[in-house]
Write a protein that binds this ligand. Structure first.
Ligand SMILES: Nc1ncnc2c1ncn2[C@@H]1O[C@H](COP(=O)(O)OP(=O)(O)OP(=O)(O)O)[C@@H](O)[C@H]1O
Ligand SMILES: [Mg+2]
Length: 226
C-alpha cells in the first residue's frame, strides 16, 4: 500500500511582489508503507521544501498530497495539525529542540499534544533514549550536548509518539561515519516495526539502508532507484 502519494506537486516561494522563486516542479512520488525512502540531492535542490510539504508543515502551490489515502490539501489548519500529530514524527534539519530543557522534557513535548496513550508513552521515554544511546543523558539540558547528541534527542522526540511516518531532514548531518551507521541501524529497526521513513541527505552513503533513492536536482526528481 502507498502510504504517501505526491501528485504533480510544485512549490514557488514569492520573495516579493515581482519575484517568484520556483523551488519544486511537478514532483511525483509514491511511498510504500514500511519502507525507507531517501531523498538525495545537493544543497538548495529542494529536499527540505519537499519534506515540509509531505509533513503537512507547508502547502504546495499546485498539486496534491495524499497520506493514508487522505488528501491533506482538503484539511483546514486544525484538522491538519491533529492529523500531523497522529501520523508524522519530524526530525528537523535545525533540530528545534528546547535548549534549556532536558532530553526527557523534549521528548515530553509531542506527548502533550497526543491525548491518546500519553501516559503509557511517557513510560517509554527512557527506553527510547536508551535505544538511541543517550539514556545516560536523560536529565541533561540540550544546550549542554554535542551536535550528535542533539540529533539523537531530535530522533527520540520524533519516534516517542509511535507515529506511522517518520520524516528526517538530514538526520546524520552532524554525525561522524560511525554514528551515522548507528543511526542507520535505528532506522532499519524502525522499518522492521513497519514504520515508513523518509530521509533527506546529501550523504550518498545513507542510501545503503534505503528501499528507494529519489534523486532531486533543481526541484525536479531526475531519478528514482529501488
Ligand atoms: N521559506 C522560503 N522562502 C523563500 N525561499 C526559500 C524558502 N525556503 C527555501 N527557499 C529556497 O528554496 C530552495 C530550496 O531550499 P531547500 O531548503 O528545500 O533545499 P535543500 O535541498 O533542503 O538544501 P540543504 O541541503 O542546504 O538543506 C533554495 O534556493 C532556498 O533558498
Ligand atoms: Mg534542507
Amino acid at each position: 500500500m502507498d502510504i504517501i502519494k505526491v501528485e504533480n506537486v510544485s512549490k514557488t516561494y514569492s520573495l516579493s511582489k515581482k519575484m517568484n522563486l520556483p523551488v519544486l516542479s511537478d514532483v511525483n512520488l509514491s511511498v510504500e508503507q514500511g519502507s525507507i525512502v531517501t531523498i538525495y540531492g545537493v544543497s538548495g535542490s529542494g529536499k527540505t521544501t519537499l519534506l515540509n510539504l509531505i509533513g503537512c508543515l507547508d502547502i504546495p502551490t499546485s498539486g496534491r498530497i495524499f497520506i493514508e489515502g487522505q488528501d491533506v490539501s482538503l484539511m483546514n489548519d486544525k484538522e491538519k495539525s491533529c492529523f500531523r500529530n497522529a501520523k508524522i514524527g519530524f526530525v528537523f534539519q535545525e533540530f528545534y529542540l528546547i535548549p534549556y530543557r532536558t532530553a526527557y522534557d523534549n521528548c515530553m513535548v509531542p506527548l502533550y499534544f497526543a491525548h491518546k496513550d500519553a501516559k503509557r508513552k511517557e513510560k517509554n521515554i527512557e527506553s527510547v533514549l536508551d535505544r538511541l544511546g543517550i539514556g545516560d543523558l536523560k536529565n541533561r539540558k540540550v544546550a549542554e550536548m554535542s551536535g550528535g547528541q542533539k540529533q539523537r534527542v531530535a530522533i527520540a522526540r520524533a519516534i516517542i509518539n509511535e507515529n506511522p511516518i517518520i520524516i528526517a531532514d538530514e538526520p546524520t548531518g552532524q554525525l561522524d561515519s560511525h554514528q551515522r551507521d548507528e543511526i542507520a541501524l535505528i532506522f532499519k529497526s524502525l522499518r522492521n516495526e513497519c514504520k515508513t521513513i523518509i530521509i533527506s541527505t546529501h550523504d550518498e552513503r545513507l542510501a545503503v539502508i534505503s528501499d528507494r533513492i529519489v534523486h532531486i536536482e533543481d526541484g525536479r526528481i531526475i531519478e528514482q532507484r529501488d
